[in-house]
Design a protein around this ligand. Structure first.
Ligand SMILES: [Fe+2]
Length: 183
């Protein structure tokens, strides 16, 4: 599956532009993580790009979210590793995070919300004016972007990456696609 095929399929299944942007941001963070860890950037990027493809199809039903997604990406020709990471990223299924790819998606997913919120409180609402130290500060403010699960983000340690480094990596990755994100 090419990246274009994956993105076309995301756009066919997800109408909400913010959801598509969330998947693009997750893709960027996943690619950066793969580069940092010497893993397959294309495979990790695809995992991020496709991970919530069933978001609207499952209409908020967490018992089917990511199960359907895993089936869809398998049908599209994604590897079993990609399908497994997508299935496991929804804790509701109780599927253990076994591979590095599973862990990477799990910790990258909530980070997009934290960094997007950090940009939106800047006067210019731009990612370019967000500094790593302010992301770190916001991380510690529990009420800020409360939906961005801090514990989940902090599981980057299971990949051998310290939180500070991970926050910096995520910010830089999202800044790299700021235009696409409209931030
Ligand atoms: Fe997500």
């Amino acid at each position: 599956m090419t990246r274009k095929e994956a993105l076309d399929s995301v756009r066919e299944n997800v109408e909400n532009e913010n959801s598509v942007k969330h998947m693009l941001a997750t893709e960027a963070i996943m690619r950066a993580l793969a580069e940092r860890l010497g893993e397959d950037e294309d495979e990790w990027g695809l995992t991020g790009l496709l991970h919530d493809i069933d978001m609207e199809l499952t209409e908020g039903d967490m018992s089917s979210h990511s199960k359907l997604g895993a089936d869809l990406v398998r049908e599209m020709g994604a590897s079993e590793a990609v399908a497994h990471a997508i299935l496991a990223h929804n804790e509701a299924h109780g599927v253990p995070l076994e591979m590095k790819l599973d862990k990477a998606l799990f910790c990258a997913d909530p980070m997009t919300g934290l960094i997007t919120a950090a940009a939106l409180v800047r006067p210019d609402k731009k990612l370019a004016s967000v500094e790593a130290k302010s992301v770190r500060k916001r991380f510690k403010e529990k009420s800020f972007a409360a939906g961005a699960n801090r514990e989940q983000i902090a599981t980057c340690s299971e990949l051998g990456i310290e939180l500070d480094e991970f926050l910096k990596l995520g910010l830089k990755a999202m800044q790299g696609i700021a235009g696409e994100l409209g931030l």
